[in-house]
Design a binder for this molecule. Structure first.
Ligand code: GLU
Length: 305
């Protein structure tokens, strides 16, 4: 398997030159454009790795899957989906255009920034610290890595410059999607995006979702099958920004990407895959990471369709 992974990385490495690392969060500019790594963990406890699988990066939007899971565990689906929709947008992840066009106003899904900020407002806890602590502990458990923590520089960099997200949040408060302290809600969101991981960590989280909400190693049931299914379905319909339809056709695996260059994928009942390549295409997906997952899906016949 590792021979195959090394070959796939080699075949896709040239794509890293065709993408660009994210720069709208200043701290992300420091990433090395040429990096490319992968880790696969399967339900039988095997781990396969290649390339820069050990490099750390910030989880960014991949965190939206697990914050959604916690918000549903805290409130139930009815309350969550009363505030946030279930439909793909076809727009960029940080777009605000649809918020004012839909009546009553509601972010279209929890994988775009507006939806994920509304999700952060639903996580239980008496203040931002307690809410984030609960979320971080969940990440530590399902990634099987007790050391997970935030990258402070990335967190502060986004907190300082995240005016687009601030605008989305203040608009949503104004139209009643949530109430409470906007800066506190954004603080939870900015911190969750800044959690630092490597490909192994996101492969483990992907495996946990693939295994229907149970950690294979410890057999601990962290969430229900139904919640894990909802999260994976959003990964298929909305997980790869406004390239989700194309990715579903070409790769066919539930996946979520982030502007830090990570892609987490879950092959139902089989494996979790973590890919890292910070050079992004125009849609915000890791350009070589997309290619790697496409080749892997072709070679191992992983499409769920
Ligand atoms: N923290 C990033 C933002 O809100 C996450 C975006 C992403 O990874 O898609 O812009």
């Amino acid at each position: 398997m590792e021979t195959l992974l090394n070959k796939i990385l080699k075949d896709n490495k040239h794509l890293t030159r065709e993408g660009k690392v994210a720069s709208y969060i200043p701290a992300l500019k420091k990433a090395n454009q040429d990096d490319l790594g992968i880790c696969i963990v399967d339900v039988n406890g095997n781990t396969y790795k290649a390339g820069e699988y050990n490099k750390k990066f910030t989880i960014q939007s991949i965190s939206k899957t697990i914050s959604l899971m916690l918000a549903i565990m805290d409130n139930g689906e009815d309350i969550v989906f009363d505030k946030i929709g279930m439909e793909p947008t076809g727009d960029a992840f940080n777009s605000m255009v649809k918020l004012e066009m839909i009546s009553p106003s509601k972010p279209l899904n929890p994988m775009i920034n507006a939806g994920a900020i509304a999700v952060a407002s639903l996580i239980k806890g008496k203040n931002a610290d307690e809410k984030f602590e609960r979320l971080l502990n969940l990440f530590r458990k399902i990634s099987n890595n007790n050391k997970l923590n935030i990258n402070k520089e990335a967190y502060l960099s986004e907190k300082e410059t995240g005016d687009r997200n601030r605008a989305l949040a203040y608009f949503m408060k104004d139209v009643g999607i949530f109430d409470g302290n906007v800066e506190e809600i954004l603080d939870v969101y900015f911190r969750q995006c800044a959690i630092e991981v490597n490909s192994i960590d996101i492969a483990n989280i992907g495996l946990f979702l693939a295994n229907r909400g149970q950690i294979p190693k410890t057999r601990e049931k962290v969430t229900t099958e139904s919640i894990a299914k909802t999260v994976k379905t959003f990964m298929i319909t909305c997980g790869m920004y406004n390239e989700s339809g194309q990715f579903a056709i070409e790769v066919g695996i539930p996946a979520k990407s982030g502007v830090g260059g990570g892609i987490m994928a879950s092959v139902p009942n089989e494996m979790g895959i973590g890919v890292f390549g910070p050079a992004l295409n125009e849609k915000g997906n890791s350009i070589a990471g997309y290619g790697v997952l496409k080749d892997l899906s072709d070679k191992l016949n992983l499409s769920i369709f």
